[in-house]
Write a protein that binds this ligand. Structure first.
Ligand code: VGL
Ligand code: ZN
Length: 200
C-alpha cells in the first residue's frame, strides 16, 4: 500500500487518444485495465481531460495550408498543429469507456482558445497555472505517480513541471503510450530523467 502523500495522476485517457480516435495513440486502450488496478492502491486519484473549444488554435484546421502534425510558431513558442481532437462535450473528449473515473478530481486543460496545454500544471506558455499544484499541496500530496497518454506530450510535460515544482515524480512507462513524432519519445525520456523524474 501507499502512504497518505501518494497521488496517482491519470493523464488524458480519452477516446480521441485511443484507437479509432482523432489523434489515436497506438495501443492507447491497452493501458486501461492496468490503470484501473493501480487506482485501488492509491489514497488519492486525479484524472486529467484534454478539453478544447471547437476551433482551438492548436488545431491544424485553423491554420490555412498547415498539415496536421506540422510545427508552427505561437506567441508562446513552437506548437505542433494537431488534428481536431478532444472538443468539449464530444464523444472524442470522453474518457475511455473502460476507465474508472471515480477519482477525487478531474482537471480539464486546453480550454483557452489561444493557448494549448500539454501539462496538467501549466499551459504551454509555462506560466498560466491550471490550479493542480495548489490542489495537491493543500491536500499534502507530494508523491506523484503518472500514467496515461501520451508519454511524449502530456505525460512528459506534466512530469517535468511536477518535478520542477518539487514533487517526487514517478512515471509508470508500462502504463503510458506515446505518439512518437520524429524522435519525441526518446527526447521526452531524456528530458524527464534530466528533470529528476523516475521512469519505472
Ligand atoms: C495531447 C497532443 C495534443 C496529449 C493533447 O494528451 O498528449 N497531445 N493534445
Ligand atoms: Zn490537445
Amino acid at each position: 500500500m501507499r502512504d497518505a502523500q501518494d497521488c496517482l495522476i491519470v493523464i488524458d485517457v480519452q477516446n480521441d487518444f485511443c484507437p479509432g480516435g482523432a489523434l489515436a495513440v497506438t495501443g492507447g486502450d491497452e493501458i486501461v485495465p492496468g490503470i484501473n488496478a493501480l487506482m485501488e492502491e492509491f489514497p488519492a486519484v486525479v484524472l486529467t481531460q484534454d478539453w478544447h473549444p471547437a476551433g482551438h488554435s492548436s488545431f491544424a484546421s485553423q491554420h490555412p495550408g498547415a498539415a496536421p502534425m506540422s510545427l508552427t510558431e505561437m506567441p508562446y513558442g513552437p506548437q505542433v498543429l494537431w488534428p481536431d481532437h478532444c472538443v468539449q462535450g464530444t464523444p472524442g473528449s470522453a474518457f475511455h469507456e473502460g476507465l474508472r473515473t471515480d477519482g477525487d478530481l478531474i482537471i480539464r486543460k486546453g480550454f483557452r482558445p489561444a493557448i494549448d496545454s500539454y501539462s496538467a500544471f501549466f499551459e504551454n506558455d509555462h506560466a498560466t497555472p491550471t490550479g493542480l499544484e495548489g490542489y495537491l499541496r493543500s491536500r499534502g500530496l507530494t508523491r506523484l505517480t503518472l500514467v496515461g497518454l501520451a508519454t511524449d506530450f502530456c505525460v512528459n510535460y506534466s512530469a517535468v513541471d511536477a518535478a520542477r515544482l518539487g514533487f517526487d515524480v514517478t512515471v509508470r512507462m508500462d502504463l503510458c503510450r506515446a505518439i512518437d513524432l520524429e524522435g519525441s519519445l526518446a527526447a521526452a525520456e531524456a528530458g524527464m530523467r534530466e528533470a529528476g523524474v523516475t521512469l519505472a
